[in-house]
Design a protein around this ligand. Structure first.
Ligand code: NAP
Length: 319
């Protein structure tokens, strides 16, 4: 039988858990559908579960480990009465109010929850190369976030994969720390904007390997070198780098909501006036609606906004 609830929060990264803290403290007893551990890169807590030291989250002078930070967020939400369901949402129906939410651990055909309001905080994922040892070495030389991890590569030789604006932006940022940055691109022409290209070509610390793909990662406990294969000649080269930043794009986790919520042409949820979506009573926060900032602190901030927007909407719709 369906459970009638005020708020369902889908996703448990910094955005979802902050929304949970705020809605719980507003006495809305939110249900947080936090996901379930299904692979190294897909688990409750979101992308910070893949990060080691976090040194730029305000309030932690000595830094904090990503999983510890998320565990603290979760405990804080629980303390105020948020209820966690460790499962995934399998289907939603936002076509009429109240909203219907099905989960993968439910029994029967009825929706698991009938909710007055929903917060979507399913995040985004960095695209990966899908090569051996890649997920195992995340946090040990492999990274998808220069802003988060660049600092750890001071005076080291590192590489960036990708030919878009993100790759060149990360490469430029990384030259503040690294001894050298090699950009490895699969074609001989960059996708990035002209201004980013000009900046990268003018930076003496940045060099390029064209028409090439990273095919192997080597190192015992952390990355020591990589194999780069030329896509035209098939020739393999060993590159001694201790850091590899994968910057080949992101993908928002929005498949569940396709056809029900307005999205931009790459699938990010469109929010207006704060965190409202096109459906009154459905809000979105964090990376699922932000392809620009993508930081834990900005996601947490927008989770707070979603909770406040939701509370206001509930009050107005009840009056
Ligand atoms: P993107 O523009 O889609 O570029 C992705 C790059 O990764 C492309 O060069 C692509 O190669 C390469 N790539 C994709 N899959 C690959 C794979 N499996 N192996 C190796 N290489 C692979 O993504 P983005 O750079 O993240 O940018 C996303 C959007 O944000 C863009 O609109 C961009 O302009 C914008 N952005 C803007 C700024 C800025 O203005 N400061 C900064 C960052 C991002 P191909 O070129 O061969 O397809």
């Amino acid at each position: 039988m369906s459970e009638k609830v005020k708020v369902v929060i889908i996703g448990s990264g910094p955005a979802g858990l902050t929304a949970a803290i705020y809605t719980a403290r507003a006495d809305l007893s939110p249900i947080v559908i936090e996901g379930e551990p299904s692979s190294t890169t897909d688990q409750p807590g979101g992308q910070l579960m893949l990060t080691s030291d976090i040194e730029n989250y305000p309030g932690f002078v000595e830094g904090i480990m990503g999983p510890e930070l998320m565990s603290n967020f979760r405990s804080q939400a629980q303390r105020f009465g948020a209820i966690f369901n460790t499962t995934k949402v399998s289907r939603v129906d936002f076509s009429e109010h109240p909203f219907k939410v099905w989960t993968s651990n439910q029994t029967g055909e009825e929706p698991a929850y009938i909710a007055d309001a929903v917060i979507i905080s399913t995040g985004a994922r960095s695209l990966l190369l899908n090569i051996d040892r890649e997920t195992e070495l995340i946090g040990h030389g492999i990274s998808t976030c220069a802003t988060c991890d660049g600092f750890f590569f001071r005076d080291q030789d590192i590489a960036v994969v990708g030919g878009g604006d993100s790759a060149l932006e990360e490469a430029g940022f990384l030259t503040k720390f690294a001894k050298s940055v090699t950009v490895i691109h699969r074609r001989n022409e960059l996708r990035a904007s002209k201004i980013m290209q000009d900046r990268a070509f003018a930076n003496p610390k940045i060099s390029f390997i064209w028409d090439s793909t990273v095919t192997e990662l080597h190192g015992d406990k952390s990355l020591e070198h990589i194999t780069v294969t030329n896509n035209i000649t098939g020739e393999n080269t060993e590159l001694p780098v201790t850091g590899l930043f994968v910057a080949i794009g992101h993908s928002p986790n929005t498949d569940l909501f396709k056809g029900q919520i307005d999205m931009d042409d790459v699938g990010y949820i469109i929010t207006n006036s704060g965190t409202a979506t096109n459906i009154p009573g459905v809000f979105a926060c964090g990376d699922v609606q932000d392809h620009i900032y993508r930081q834990a602190i900005t996601a947490a901030g927008s989770g707070c906004m979603a909770a406040i927007d939701l509370e206001k909407w509930l009050k107005e719709s009840e009056s």
